[in-house]
Design a protein around this ligand. Structure first.
Ligand SMILES: Nc1ncnc2c1ncn2[C@@H]1O[C@H](COP(=O)(O)OP(=O)(O)O)[C@@H](O)[C@H]1O
Ligand SMILES: [Mg+2]
Length: 359
């Protein structure tokens, strides 16, 4: 099997005049694991359903391997969908569920048996072939739903929050399984999730969506380390987002800004004396000197929140702003509320948002 390239060009969709998707364009190369990430209601499912052919766009185009499929019926598109609720037939065995879609393809009984066996092996469900869905756990049912989708040999697999109904531990296991399944199949996966950690773990690239639009497309490290907007910075993990004033350019794509009574060097260009937003990931801050510094700011500890492997230390700057510093718990134990500290940060860890960034 090989993957299909999916191009979505300026898709729009409204339900009874209410816009759900407001102009989305994506270009997903063949064999990529691509995620649509965003909060509930941002238009992820609507986008996926238009690619699948279950929903007709008001305008825009959908191309698969260069061919416009916008007017092609769902079951004639080289795509298949896996839903959160599995949608298995309860009275059919596992193997009959997987074989079901093959009924409409011209395959012999022997060929069908071989394909079903292969698909079940790929999802490690070979030994459950004779069981009914009701005799399987949620994770096993979702594996069967996956086998049923891949047995048809789609070039593109669409997955709508497929792990959403499973508990946290099983989700982690299946995330890794799904990613390696995608790699061995070599087909394109378009994966919908509202879980940022899931999207960062599995995707080659992802689109961060809000309000029916794409805010940013990039690799996990691009969107995490260089968020284009405050919204993206805030949605992916935790971020300190602060209003700062630009002192001046510092060359090499860097600028100097004022924060907490100190002058800091950070990534990003901005014009002097403008108000901009600075994004700092809490795990990139330390309370010990690091050598290569973007700056050091005096502060006092306002709150200490233990979280198991890490501890969040909330500090208040002399100018009143609050920052969260995330430290490995074994390095945080000796700190106490009220203590005076110096927050150290590398210039690379301080990112100015481009002027005009939303949010
Ligand atoms: N069939 C529908 N009829 C009316 N409104 C809908 C329908 N499907 C989705 N919507 C609305 O469109 C918006 C986007 O929904 P959806 O694509 O399901 O978001 P997501 O999958 O990101 O949670 C939401 O405001 C939702 O209420
Ligand atoms: Mg949805």
């Amino acid at each position: 099997m090989r993957g299909g390239r999916v191009q979505v060009i300026d898709l729009h969709k409204s339900y009874a005049e209410v816009p759900a998707v407001r102009g989305i364009s994506l270009d997903i190369p063949e064999g990529e694991f691509f995620s649509l990430l965003g909060p509930s209601g941002c238009g992820k499912t609507t986008t996926l359903r238009m690619i699948a052919g279950f929903e007709t766009p008001n305008s825009g185009e959908i191309l698969i391997d260069g061919a416009d499929v916008s007017r092609v019926a769902a079951n004639d598109r080289p795509v298949n969908t896996v839903f959160q609720n599995y949608a298995l037939f309860p009275f059919l065995s596992v193997e009959d569920n997987v074989a079901f879609g093959l009924r409409y393809q011209k395959v012999s009984k022997a060929e069908s048996k071989r394909k079903v066996g292969e698909a079940l092996e790929m999802v490690r469900m070979g030994q459950y072939a004779k069981r009914r869905p009701g005799q399987l756990s949620g994770g096993q049912q979702q594996r069967v739903a996956l086998a049923r989708a891949i047995v048809l040999g789609p070039r593109v697999l669409l997955l709508d929050e497929p792990l959403g109904a499973l508990d946290a531990k099983l989700r982690k296991t299946l995330q890794i399984e799904l990613k390696s399944l995608q790699e061995s199949l070599g087909i394109t996966f378009i994966y919908v999730t509202h879980d940022q950690e899931e999207a960062l773990t599995m995707s080659d690239r992802l689109a961060v969506m809000a309000g029916g639009l794409v805010e940013q497309v990039g690799t996990p490290s691009e969107v995490y380390d260089s968020p284009a907007t405050a919204y993206v910075a805030d949605f992916l993990g935790s971020a300190n987002i602060l209003d700062v004033e630009v002192v001046g350019p510092a060359g090499h794509g860097r600028s100097t800004v004022r924060l907490g009574g100190q002058t800091l060097t950070c990534r990003g260009d901005a014009s002097t004396d403008t108000a901009v937003k600075l994004v700092i990931r809490p795990e990139r801050l330390t309370l010990e000197s690091t050598g290569e510094e973007g700056g050091a700011i005096d502060a006092s500890i306002a709150r200490i929140v233990y979280q198991g492997p890490t501890t969040d230390i909330h500090v208040r700057l002399t100018t009143g702003e609050e920052l969260v510093v995330r430290r490995p718990s074994e390095r945080a134990g000796h700190h106490a509320v009220g203590e005076s500290v110096t927050v150290h940060c590398r210039a690379d860890s301080l990112q100015l948002l481009p002027p005009g960034a939303l949010g």
